[in-house]
Design a protein around this ligand. Structure first.
Ligand code: CP
Length: 307
């Protein structure tokens, strides 16, 4: 397996299956009284977050700690980045302090790739601009497989701000590799040109996307990546692309609801849908994120690649 995880496109089908199967075993640890393994004892994992995060940062921290690594959490606020220090100098400084693996989130697409060229340790992409979020795709695939028992042949509809989403790009790379059928749905202004070439079906109606779907994955409107709204108003967006209980009635009765978070309730999803105890797996995604990131740190940043 590659020493870094920059893009879901870099994972072979076998790599992805190994990560999912390893995560399956590690997930069982969560039921034990002592949740720790000694695998990364003596190694240092740095969480280098230049953009806000709740789930990903805490989940990587929990994953590294459960593997007994030392964890350093770096956030831009209060660091010398605020005084103009570059990404390269920041990374080299952390490496000089003994970082074996760096988990990076950055607003610039390509930042993890640049970082991988500067440091000797492992680099894991925790989200770069609108480019990729590979561990989110892995935890999504894990959750789908856990719930539906398979990935091949599963109909996954991803609905929302396709144009600005790193989650969708990583999911398309991974899910198509695992032979799932992927549909993306959004108003035309939120669909990037030529996305069909990634092997997905494109529709411009929520009802069409929901019909026949086994998995309905809702995405947030990434207001922070849009100069101005690409549609008339958030209310109008909700009226046409918000997943409401009424619209959900048109879906397959067993379809599951996913969302990578953070959610904007009342914009892309109604609270009754997000909190539906039978169909919503949104909190399961969060739980599974820890086991999946443990598997990634173990297989990519663990003894296999460092020793
Ligand atoms: N899904 C996700 O990346 O969430 P955070 O931004 O909270 O990390």
């Amino acid at each position: 397996m590659n020493r870094h995880l920059i893009s879901a496109a870099d994972l072979s089908r076998d790599d992805a299956l190994l990560i999912l199967d390893t995560a399956d075993e590690l997930a069982r640890m969560a039921d034990r009284p002592i949740k720790k393994l000694p695998t990364l004892r003596g190694r240092t994992v740095v969480n280098l977050f230049f953009e806000d995060s709740t789930r990903t940062r805490i989940s990587f921290e929990a994953a590294a700690k459960r593997l007994s690594a030392d964890v350093i959490n770096f956030s831009v606020k209060g660091s010398s980045v605020a005084k103009g220090e570059s990404l390269k100098d920041t990374a080299l400084t952390l490496e000089a302090m003994g970082a074996d693996a760096v988990v990076i989130r950055h607003s610039a697409s390509g930042a993890p790739q640049r970082l991988a060229g500067w440091v000797r340790g492992t680099v894991v992409n925790a989200g770069d601009g609108a480019h990729e979020h590979p561990t989110q795709a892995l935890l999504d695939a894990f959750t789908i497989r856990e719930r539906l028992g398979r990935l091949a042949g599963v109909n996954v509809s991803i609905i929302g701000d396709i144009a600005h989403s790193r989650v969708v790009r990583s999911n398309i790379h991974l899910l198509t590799k695992m032979k799932a059928n992927v549909t993306v749905a959004a108003p035309p202004t939120l669909i990037p040109a030529e996305i069909e070439k990634m092997g997905v079906r494109v529709v411009h109606s929520l009802d069409e996307a929901v019909k026949g779907a086994d998995v309905i994955m809702m995405l947030r409107i990434q207001l922070e990546r849009q100069g101005k709204l690409s549609f008339p108003s958030l209310r109008e967006y909700y009226n046409t692309f918000g997943l409401t209980p009424e619209r959900l009635r048109r879906a397959n009765s067993e379809a599951i609801i996913m969302h990578p978070g953070p959610m904007n309730r009342g914009v892309e999803i109604a609270s009754d849908v997000a909190d539906d105890p039978r169909r919503s797996v949104i909190l399961e995604q969060v739980t599974n994120g820890v086991a999946v990131r443990m598997a990634v740190l173990y297989l990519i940043g663990g003894a296999h690649n460092i020793e």
